[in-house]
Write a protein that binds this ligand. Structure first.
Ligand SMILES: [Zn+2]
Length: 146
């Protein structure tokens, strides 16, 4: 895992109000999250570890774990696309009733990495996906938008 990704996960954990109390060692939570992402395994095991470190109930600890994973996946996917020379992606929401208005407004729209857009999955709880546009799809899109 690169430094940028570690920083993003660390920022996420530090942003959780529930973890900002004295007596909660956020570095332990961080280490559990990183171990889960790097080694994999049963999320329940890591969730229970986080429960021990924080004293919080299962659902909250599981959210912290899985949201961290989603954030990691979003950052990694974005980096892979950029490294592969992809210039733009199409936002795709989950198409169900749980999609928030922020995401549904973005559904089907095309975003260019050069504009440094929010990437699907970066925001907490976001289940959206980015479809990379290949050069033909991009040319198609540009032709239509003229
Ligand atoms: Zn979303």
């Amino acid at each position: 895992m690169n430094t940028k990704t570690q920083q993003a996960i660390s920022n996420y954990i530090n942003s959780k109000k529930e973890l900002s109390f004295d007596g909660i060692d956020r570095s332990k939570v961080y280490n559990s999250v990183i171990a889960f992402i790097e080694k994999g395994g049963n999320p329940r095991t890591y969730t229970e570890e986080i429960m021990q470190f924080t004293g919080y109930e299962y659902d909250l600890c599981n959210d912290i774990l899985l949201n961290s994973l989603k954030k990691y996946q979003a950052i990694t996917t974005k980096e892979k696309m950029i490294a592969a020379g992809i210039l733009a992606f199409e936002w795709s929401d989950s198409g169900d009733k749980r999609v928030c208005s922020y995401c549904s407004q973005r559904n089907g729209k095309v975003y260019f990495f050069s504009d440094n857009p929010v990437f699907p999955g970066e925001l907490e709880g976001c289940r959206c996906i980015a479809y990379a546009l290949d050069e033909f799809e991009l040319a198609d899109y540009l032709n239509k938008s003229i």
